[in-house]
Design a protein around this ligand. Structure first.
Ligand code: ADP
Ligand code: MG
Length: 202
């Protein structure tokens, strides 16, 4: 049962701008409403070292994020600040450290079927300008790569959400001690995952 899709876990962080915009309740509501279960939660001001480690847990993150940024510019007919993905990410990482340590954040673990993918869908794409309306980033914030890079700062997009199951596993271990992540049952899980539906009628 521990490998069942309903047990998948993902890390979500409400970034300092999400806390400052008083969107904590709104953001949690969206993950809760779809049927995911919160299994860990804390509020803290992260250290610079903690943030650097968080973003470099995946050795591929620097390359992927740089390439994503270059594509983001090109798809709008704009010239990227550099054609070297690693050069782009070096700057992003510096700016991320400033952004993510600027105030309190909320770190959470959410569990449920396809938690990683579902949370990314609800959260929306990295750049708020192009995130779909209906997603958290698309509905509540208006930043762009062009504006953030021009001002030499990280793009403010309210939330961090793990990008893959592997990333989620590493990130959860980075933010939470094993005993801070709780195992419990929610009553609604019966209607979400029960195979026989034989517990409803009296
Ligand atoms: P995501 O948070 O959607 O997984 P990434 O892992 O690619 O996105 O990047 C991590 C964070 O770095 C983003 O959420 C964003 O805050 C910031 N960021 C990414 N690309 C840029 C960029 N080109 N300019 C400024 N900030 C960026
Ligand atoms: Mg990411």
């Amino acid at each position: 049962m521990s490998n069942h899709p309903s047990k998948e876990r993902t890390l979500v962080i409400i970034k300092p701008d999400g806390v400052q915009r008083t969107l904590i309740g709104e953001i949690i509501k969206r993950y809760e409403k779809i049927g995911l279960k919160m299994i860990a939660l804390k509020m803290l001001v992260p250290t610079i070292e903690h943030i650097e480690k968080h973003y470099t847990l995946d050795p591929e993150w620097r390359r992927i994020t740089g390439e994503k940024t270059i594509k983001g510019y090109q798809s709008k007919g704009l010239t990227p600040p550099s054609m070297d993905p690693l050069e782009i990410t070096a700057k992003i990482l510096e700016n991320l450290k400033k952004y993510m340590t600027s105030g309190p954040v909320i770190a959470m673990v959410w569990q449920g079927a396809h938690a990683v993918e579902i949370v990314r869908k609800i959260t929306g794409g990295t750049e708020p300008l192009t995130s779909d309306t209906g997603t958290i980033r698309g509905d509540f914030v208006l930043d762009s790569y062009q504006m953030s890079d021009g001002d030499n700062r990280a793009v403010r997009n309210l939330i961090h959400a793990s990008g893959s199951v592997k990333e989620a596993e590493m990130e959860i271990n980075h933010w939470f001690k094993p005993e801070e992540v709780l195992n419990y049952r929610l009553v609604q899980e019966q209607i979400l995952y029960d195979v026989n539906l034989d517990g409803i009628l009296e």
